[in-house]
Design a protein around this ligand. Sequence first.
Ligand code: MV4
Length: 504
Amino acid sequence: MFNKVLVANRGEIAVRILRACREIGMQTVAVYSDADRQALHVRYADEAYYLGPAPSRESYLRGDKIIEIARASGAGAIHPGYGFLAERADFAQACLDAGLAFIGPKPSAIAAMGDKAVARATVSAAGVAVVPGTEGEGSLSDEDLLALGPRIGFPLLVKATAGGGGKGMREVRSLEEMPGLLHAARREAEASFGDGNVYLEKLVEGARHIEIQILADTHGNVIHLGERECSLQRRHQKLLEETPSPFVGDDEALRQSMGAVAVRAAQAVEYVNAGTIEFLVDKDKNYYFLEMNTRLQVEHPVTEAVTGIDIVKEQIRIARGRQMRYSQEDVKLNGWAIECRINAEDPYTGFLPSTGVVTHSLLPTGPGVRVDTGVYPGFEISPYYDSLISKLIVWGETRAEAILRMRRSLEEYKIVGVRTNIPFHQNLMDSPRFMGGQFDTRFVEERFSMDGAEEVRHQNAHIAAILATLVAHRQTQRAAHVIRRNERDTSNWKWLSRWERLQK
Ligand code: MV4
């Protein structure tokens, strides 16, 4: 049984995994590229080995080299994190062939869920609802698809079978525009995945994106850890996740029903370890399987915050062949958690990536606050990898408390040297639609604006009385502040009145 883990990743997730290993007494091995010689994950690990030049394909995607390092260093297991090699069935198989444990599912489960048409057919056969569309696993010709389109009905979506993340996806409104869009989708899928195969699904409009975290061990136990609301995203990049979903809310029947269906979908591929089932949920609470992510996800900490379960430690236990420490009855959702993804991107210039040295940073702390990051003052954010600097996760007893805590934490958070999307999140926290939980997957792109002039709000005596107390409290707080409030911040005064209006 292994007692040394190689973490085949970088940034905040590598640090997150190393921390779990440290807590349970596992020895750790990090790997790094030229751009990451000074990175936190390298410093944190017991040992670190050089992979190659900065570009991913010459470093973090070098599965052969990583396996060689694992063997040479005496690591008995590889944790892939997310991205890079995490969902490559061939890499998982190569680990097993080298006598290494892969901290994740079996190669067959990765492969079955990686092909979206196979995934649809597999879970559908297990009784899981999928969006109406083409059926089966084989590749379909344009002729086939043009015949099937009208039967499914418009509007529909062309999706890449090798896809995920919206690549190779096209919305089709009529039969006339279908040939051109099929061609464009195939070309994009071919360029992105080396596979131009596509399938069709009816378009579900105004849907929310809600996912269920599952855990499965090698003893046949499969449990779910509730849902995460992931509708707030831009160009298929999630920006904020929360749990519970404001849309599921206290509909415990819906939560348990989605959870049970997610478990069934996982069982359909004999799933082991941590995984996530994505659902589209329409306004009438009908839900449909979208895809399964066969990895640890970026947003896993919100689930950890409300369940108290350390998902990464559980992943390692499972990979060691142990039973999970929890049964479904043990899983209780306590309070509310929100995660903001802090990216090195400028929200005022259309989210252009921002690179450079982080000269100073001041992290928010205090009750109910967690920051997962791989960045520290002096570290250079390079253009080679994703722009995620950190994840700011807050917990509150209620959604309102979590939002207030997030606003407070965003104000405290100071990063100097690169531009970040913190102002975007501050704006979002002030958005009445966000506060009211009234948003779907189009919200950020279609209804949200960064130049929102503050609306003037009438304030009645009742609100004023509450606010007087709040302002007094604020002043004591401010006396202790080293950092000045951001000019763009909405005052608590305005914010509370918005909140009050929403509660009416
Ligand atoms: C959909 C859909 C509506 N109807 N499928 C986007 C990425 C990929 N994971 C699937 N996606 C969607 N599939 C049907 N039949 C809407 C989306 C979608 C979306 C899904 C989740 C999160 C954000 C999204 C943004 C736009 C579209």
